[in-house]
Ligand binder design. Structure first.
Ligand code: DX5
Ligand code: ZN
Length: 219
């Protein structure tokens, strides 16, 4: 399977969201990465359902939704009804993670689990068979444009080893500070999906940046 690129819409121009969605549709991007923040789990608020509805209206690719919110079960049905394809919850925000994953799947979505930089991948050992995607945070969640945390490489390798040992086929996604400087090494360590916000949207030719990042990840 090719390595995938998921540009983070958080870094788009919110006054020109339709334009930026259409750019991603035309580009080599595989998924739309959508960051939902509640101002409680993370010290920032991004956007909510009305904005997500309009993004989905203009997006014609997989909608990869990253919930940085407490008690995400409250909104699983809402995100399913809006048309999300993948719903990722934070390990640190779920008391009953197994139940939450079943809930996401029962609503027809793929189930993802995100880990903060300090959270050890071994904590997923007894639930990895129920996870379609693990999102390893390579920055502390809450903001775009932060620097990549180097310790992520070893977490990717450890997680890849766990997935291979259990034979689950779970995808590994990396989120935060991804650029052309770390993409190749992340893929070499076992990453399948690279999220990139600022690196794509702050570049002068966004479509070209997506294309080059995807080529680099698959070279
Ligand atoms: C951070 C978000 C990321 C963010 C990535 O909390 O989960 O998806 O948008 O942005 P960059 O690529 O700029 O670090
Ligand atoms: Zn994210």
């Amino acid at each position: 399977m090719p390595k995938l690129i998921a540009p983070s819409v958080l870094a788009a121009d919110f006054a020109n969201l339709q334009r930026d969605c259409e750019m991603l549709n035309r580009s080599d991007a595989d998924w739309f990465h959508i960051d939902i923040m509640d101002g409680v789990f993370v010290p920032n608020i991004s956007f909510g359902m009305p904005v997500l509805r309009d993004i989905i209206k203009h997006a014609d690719k997989t909608i990869d939704t990253h919930l940085m919110i407490v008690d995400p079960d409250r909104y699983v049905k809402t995100f399913a009804d809006l048309g999300c394809d993948i719903l990722t919850v934070h390990y640190e925000a779920c008391t009953h993670l197994h139940r939450t994953l079943q809930n996401i799947k029962a609503h027809g979505m793929k189930a993802g689990v995100a880990l903060n930089p300090h959270t050890n991948v071994d904590l997923l050992k007894d639930v990895i068979q129920d996870i379609d995607l693990v999102c390893l945070m390579s920055v502390n969640p809450g903001f775009g444009g932060q620097s990549f945390i180097e310790n992520t490489y070893s977490k990717v390798s450890e997680l890849k080893e766990l997935i291979n040992k259990k034979g689950t086929g779970t995808l590994i996604e990396i989120d935060g500070g991804v650029t052309d400087k770390n993409a190749k090494q992340l893929v070499a360590a076992g990453a399948d999906v690279l999220v990139a916000g600022s690196y794509v949207f702050k570049s002068s030719d966004q479509e070209k940046t997506v294309k080059e990042l995807r080529e680099l990840a698959n070279s």
